[in-house]
Design a protein around this ligand. Structure first.
Ligand SMILES: [Zn+2]
Length: 168
């Protein structure tokens, strides 16, 4: 058995590749039986093809509907994630605005309340309770509509943003 270079090796290889290992040409078949190089090449090509075919049979290829379903779920999850991002940003901005308004409002009210309480404490023996409540109500009354408007905006804004960004 010798494995010398064969002049018909390329021809046999092309036939084996094109015909998927089945050689039908009697001239080529006779040459492969006589030539050890071509016989080894055909044997190797046949073994590689058989191995590849077995791997393709064993591979689990999901059904097209399952692939589509998974892609639809992934697209839906990505869209939900993308839609959630601006809402989170808006909630953060709303929280920062609320904190700023509360700080400013508290600072403005605190001075007035502190002065009112200080004057009440100094004049407490001379005043009755109805005067104290009236003074506190008088201090809070001008800012009460603003506080109600801010509270309603903080409650309604996330709902409006959610409805505007939802697809359904
Ligand atoms: Zn040969």
């Amino acid at each position: 058995m010798k494995h010398a270079a064969c002049t018909r090796e390329d021809e046999v290889l092309a036939l084996v590749s094109r015909l998927h290992g089945a050689l039908h040409d009697p001239d080529v078949l006779a040459h492969v039986e006589e030539c050890d190089t071509c016989a080894a090449m055909v044997s190797l090509a046949t073994a590689l093809r058989t191995d590849r075919d077995e791997m393709l049979r064993a591979a689990h290829v999901p059904a097209a509907g399952q692939v589509w379903w998974r892609a639809a779920l992934r697209a839906h999850a990505d869209a939900a994630h993308a839609a959630r991002r601006p809402i989170v940003w808006l909630q953060g901005i709303a929280a920062a605005c609320l904190l700023g308004v509360a700080t400013a409002f508290g600072g403005a009210v605190w001075g007035t309340v502190h002065d009112g309480v200080a004057s009440l404490v100094t004049r407490a023996p001379r005043l009755d309770v109805s005067v104290d409540i009236g003074r506190v109500a008088g201090v809070l009354q001008p800012v009460l509509p603003l506080a109600i408007v801010i509270g309603v905006c903080l409650l309604v804004t996330p709902v409006v943003v959610y409805l505007a960004l939802s697809d359904d």
